[in-house]
Design a protein around this ligand. Structure first.
Ligand SMILES: [Zn+2]
Ligand SMILES: [Zn+2]
Length: 107
């Protein structure tokens, strides 16, 4: 039988800094709160259908009037870019504000 739906909101180990990342209560966490790196797994957010699997580097932060701050990730292998909403209000493990501010200065 097996499970029809994949649980997308599970803990994972960051491929960049190696720290364990617990699942977020609010949304599907797809990046590390410590170093903000992500992994190229999704074609559309949460679908896990990209066949790449390489690390995605946080390159800049953009502000969206409805969604708030978004981290732009770029895949180190294929150059694919995707936007992820920053999880600053996560109760368990909010994104590293220092890292976010640094990215904002860079962009
Ligand atoms: Zn990390
Ligand atoms: Zn990729």
């Amino acid at each position: 039988m097996g499970r029809r739906f994949i649980d997308r909101n599970e803990s994972f180990q960051c491929g960049h800094c190696g720290r364990r990342v617990p699942p977020s209560k609010r949304s599907c966490r797809n990046h590390c709160p410590h170093c903000l790196y992500s992994v190229h797994l999704d074609v559309f957010p949460g679908d896990r259908s990209a066949n790449c699997g390489e690390l995605m580097e946080p390159v800049r932060v953009e502000y969206h009037s409805k969604k708030g701050y978004q981290i732009v990730h770029r895949c180190l292998r294929c150059g694919h870019e995707s936007r992820n909403v920053a999880a600053l209000d996560d109760e368990l493990q909010p994104d590293n504000l220092e890292m976010l501010l640094q990215l904002m200065r860079n962009g």
